[in-house]
Design a protein around this ligand. Structure first.
Ligand code: HEC
Length: 428
């Protein structure tokens, strides 16, 4: 049963964290567990896969990169820290030499330095990323309190307690147990009735049956989805200064459903990354790709606001008329400010091809159809211009009636909804 496996993985991870927390003195250094986190946090930004940020022409994320000889220098001489530039750099007292550099605001602790040294001394073995290493079942460790473990997993926990000269705490009372279990699996405390039933159930698998019941609860998926949604930055708004609403709850519900349905992890990830590219994708597989859209969105239609340079190819100058929204036609962008100033920009460069005042006040975006741009003002003035880099007015129409925001073009005719009527405006 997969949910159970998820649950176990969770426990196992906690165990691994606890296990790797302690001194690693006796065992040999493992790259993925002990070294990668240090290099990744402190070095890879400048010595990793990102070509644009590579410093000192030195990659440290592979054995080949780290051991390659340049100008008689090797960052790592396996088995020989004293001849490894990396080790000398890490140790150096000289601000010009020391790594990580002062201006990176990163420093290594003495334990981290010692780990790097031991890793080099032991041959500087790299491992592929743990995600690509097939898991293998380790032999459960030997323990002194042989009667305590009820499962192999317990043996791992106990082995580490014993290593740290700790003894397990006595088992909690049953009220506490069911409360912990319910919070862990559903995020909600048990009801008094559920506690009562558990206390009254003296069968040997009473606990397991509570686990099964909780795994069947629709709240199980909600609880499990929390971490995933956090990591994927799920939110109901865009996340920047001008924090507009975003509707992406359909994907949130997809994630919850995926946990409740026990969806396999490979499908869970494939559908979220590229569900729309699967053969004949279902609506749900498309919804799954909401994952890709859950990031921060920094664009404001008026081009101002908290946008970082990396996002901005161009933006309108301060004081330029603000257009509520724009349309794209060919290589051009068209918009109209509420005051009636219509603008045509070059979509790539932001160069203004033309800017003209048209009659009316505008709150709706222009629309593009059949090589023309249609503007409709709040007070019912329709203006049609050629979609082109030069301003050419084709027609103006006055309805003398307030227009509602929505309008459409089809078959050469303009359809306009006003407070009182629906108009079709076409050639005589
Ligand atoms: C903010 C960027 C930055 C970070 C982070 C950084 N380095 Fe560097 N590193 C540089 C630059 C720039 C150079 C080239 C200038 C120099 O040699 O001092 C360099 C050079 C080196 C070199 C010598 C180049 C060679 O030919 O081998 C080594 C070794 C090195 N770094 C190791 C590290 C290690 C280990 C870490 C992490 C503990 C680290 N660096 C973190 C920027 C960085």
């Amino acid at each position: 049963m997969l949910p159970l496996r998820w649950f176990r993985v969770h426990v196992l991870l906690t165990c691994i964290l606890v296990c790797s927390n302690g001194a690693i003195a006796a065992e040999s250094v493992q790259f993925n567990r002990d070294v990668r986190p240090i290099l990744s946090e402190n070095c890879f930004a400048c010595h990793g896969a990102d070509k644009n940020n590579l410093k000192g022409k030195r990659r440290l994320d592979s054995f080949e990169g780290a051991t390659a000889e340049r100008n008689d220098i090797r960052a790592i001489a396996p088995g020989d820290p004293a001849n490894s530039d990396l080790w000398l750099r890490v140790l150096s007292e000289d601000d010009e030499e020391r790594m990580p550099p002062r201006d990176s605001h990163k420093t290594l602790t003495s334990v981290q330095k010692e780990t790097l040294k031991r890793w080099i001394a032991e041959g500087a073995n790299y491992q592929t990323h743990w995600a690509y290493v097939a898991p293998s079942r380790p032999a459960p460790p030997a323990v002194k309190m042989g009667a305590w473990p009820r499962s192999d997993l317990d043996r791992f926990v106990l082995a580490n307690l014993e290593k740290q000269m700790l003894t397990p705490a006595p088992e909690a009372n049953r009220t506490t147990l069911i409360r912990r279990l319910a919070l862990d699996l559903t995020g909600l405390p048990p009801t008094p009735t559920q506690v009562g039933a558990f206390l009254a159930d003296t069968s040997s698998d009473a606990y397991e049956r509570v686990v099964d019941r909780l795994l069947q609860s629709p709240h199980y998926g909600e609880r499990m989805a929390v971490d995933w949604l956090d990591a994927a930055r799920y939110a109901d708004t865009n996340g920047y200064q001008v924090d507009r609403d975003r509707e992406i709850w359909a994907w949130r519900d997809w994630v919850i459903q995926a946990f409740n349905e026990n969806k396999r992890f490979d499908q869970f990830t494939v559908e979220q990354l590229a569900g729309d590219l699967l053969p004949q994708p279902t609506l749900n597989q498309r919804i799954a790709t909401g994952f890709n859209r859950a990031d921060l969105l920094a664009i404001r239609p008026d081009g101002e606001g908290d946008v970082t340079d990396t996002h901005v190819a161009w933006r309108t100058t301060k004081g330029a008329p603000l257009t509520p929204s724009v349309v794209v036609a060919g290589d051009e962008l068209y918009g109209v400010a509420d005051s009636g100033i219509a603008t045509c920009w070059d979509a790539k460069t932001g160069t203004v091809h033309w800017q003209e005042r048209i009659e009316g006040n505008y709150s709706a975006s222009p629309i593009v159809a059949e090589g023309k741009i249609f503007f409709l003002s709040e007070d019912g003035v329709g203006t049609v211009v050629k979609a082109a880099q030069t301003f050419e007015k084709i027609a103006t129409n006055k309805l003398e009636e307030r227009a509602l925001a929505s309008y459409a073009v089809a078959d050469g005719a303009l359809f306009i909804r006003t407070a009182g009527h629906l108009y079709r405006i076409g050639r005589r």
